[in-house]
Design a protein around this ligand. Structure first.
Ligand code: ATP
Length: 398
């Protein structure tokens, strides 16, 4: 695992005990670390409930405006920020209102993931970035499945354990895989453009992301109509339901109409082993969140955000010819010549590219005489044997 010189805040030895550390709930989070891979404060009434995000997988948060939904999202994020190393987790945050998550932009070099092109702020706040981000996440998901398959691992935990035991070769594209947490504040906002494609991409991530460490949390106040499609709903087992007035809405999300009354600020309902239970948000004051972010920033981070794979919209792209080479053509040629393997999946993994783009790159490399023709399931022959041979070929192509 890549190690920035960083210790999770609740792990710091001789930590100068900032005021938030005195909070009993944070102490419990720290104590529970050994029982949960990704401990999060789930609910705080008289009783504190800490759960494991990896076991919950995907979460749906619903309720009318100003009932505590964003507070719940902050408590998930802060729990992880306090207990995990930046190599272990990255967030992909959607917030079109730019109200809730903007302050996390400061954590780009520690805890955020973003699209590779452009130097935009990592928090997704524009509709035109929604589908590109979800499609990039889908490519990341496919790449992760390929890595797991090649490593003969059933899930991300087995894979990362094997990688940390030095049983997987980074030269073959293997790397430590951080968990990726996609958190969407106000789901209705992201459906404004390309609704059916957005839903399709999200369903894909929801259904198969968790095995490879990609987990989704969706929050919305749009409980009427079809904002949350039956497909999306069926893929999210864990639901946090704030004050819904209509019995039918409770049935829709909790499978029962008879629910206890919610009176206190921040109270919500959730299903636990088939029973409806009452919970309450762990209300975090803004200065506490800001202090935590500032303390994270005092520590070493990475040079930039975790980059998601590049997504190229193939439907609008003109056919690539040798005169119109992919910008990554030379880099791809270099990788294949150095490794002497004409393998599409190797290229895909090393360059974090989607299947279609890698396929087109291979066709261009073939047209340039760098690799031989497609051999079905076997790798192509690499026709150029040395780096200097490649350099003179590339010079002649100019
Ligand atoms: N456990 C709690 N105790 C007291 N107040 C709380 C609690 N949880 C949330 N609140 C307060 O409720 C208010 C609304 O919370 P929040 O912004 O999280 O709601 P929301 O559902 O996200 O609203 P919107 O849909 O408008 O974004 C805030 O002022 C917040 O501090």
């Amino acid at each position: 695992m890549e190690t920035a010189k960083y210790s999770p805040l609740l792990d710091l030895p001789n930590y100068s005990f900032p005021y938030y550390w005195a909070n009993e709930s944070f102490k419990a989070l720290w104590t529970e670390k050994s029982n949960h891979a990704f401990p999060i404060i789930w609910s705080k009434t008289n009783e504190l409930i800490i759960r494991d995000f990896a076991e919950l997988k995907n979460i749906l948060v619903v309720g009318p405006p100003s009932c505590g939904k964003s507070t719940f999202l902050h408590q998930l994020i802060i729990s992880l920020l306090l207990t995990k190393h930046p190599a272990e987790i990255k967030f992909i945050l959607f917030d079109f209102k730019k109200l809730e998550f903007s302050l996390y932009n400061l954590l780009e070099k520690h805890f955020l993931a973003k699209l590779p092109n452009g130097d935009d702020q990592p928090i997704v706040s524009k509709p035109d970035k929604t589908l590109a981000t979800l499609n990039a996440l889908t490519i990341e998901l496919e790449l992760r499945y390929d890595l797991l398959k090649e490593a003969a691992c059933r899930n991300i935990t087995e894979y990362n354990d094997k990688f940390c035991s030095r049983l997987l070769n980074p030269q073959k594209g293997h790397r430590y895989l951080p968990h990726l947490f996609l958190i969407i504040d106000e789901f209705a906002d992201i459906l404004i453009i390309n609704k059916s494609e957005v839903n399709k991409a999200l369903e894909n991530v929801l259904s198969s992301g968790y095995k490879v460490g990609i987990l989704v949390t969706i929050s919305t106040n749009q409980i009427m109509g079809d904002t949350i499609s039956p497909g999306i709903k069926s893929l999210i087992q864990h639901r946090i339901v704030f004050r819904l007035n209509d019995k039918r809405d409770n049935r829709k999300f909790l499978d029962t109409e008879s629910v206890p009354k919610l009176i206190e600020e921040g109270e919500f309902l959730f299903l636990d082993s088939g029973k409806v239970k009452k919970g309450r948000t762990f209300s975090l004051e803004l200065p506490v969140i800001e202090a935590i972010i500032a303390d994270i920033n005092k520590q070493e981070g990475y040079p930039g955000a975790y980059l998601l794979p590049e997504y190229v919209d193939t439907t609008e792209e003109v056919a690539l010819t040798l005169d119109n080479r992919d910008p990554l053509f030379e880099e791809a040629a270099m990788i294949l010549v150095q490794s002497q393997q004409g393998s599409t999946s190797l290229l895909q993994r090393r360059m974090k590219l989607g299947y279609n783009r890698t396929g087109r790159l291979m066709d261009q490399l073939e047209a340039a005489g760098i690799v031989g023709p497609n051999m079905g399931s076997s790798a192509r022959v690499v026709l150029i044997k040395t780096q200097s041979e490649l350099e003179s070929l590339l010079n002649n192509l100019l």
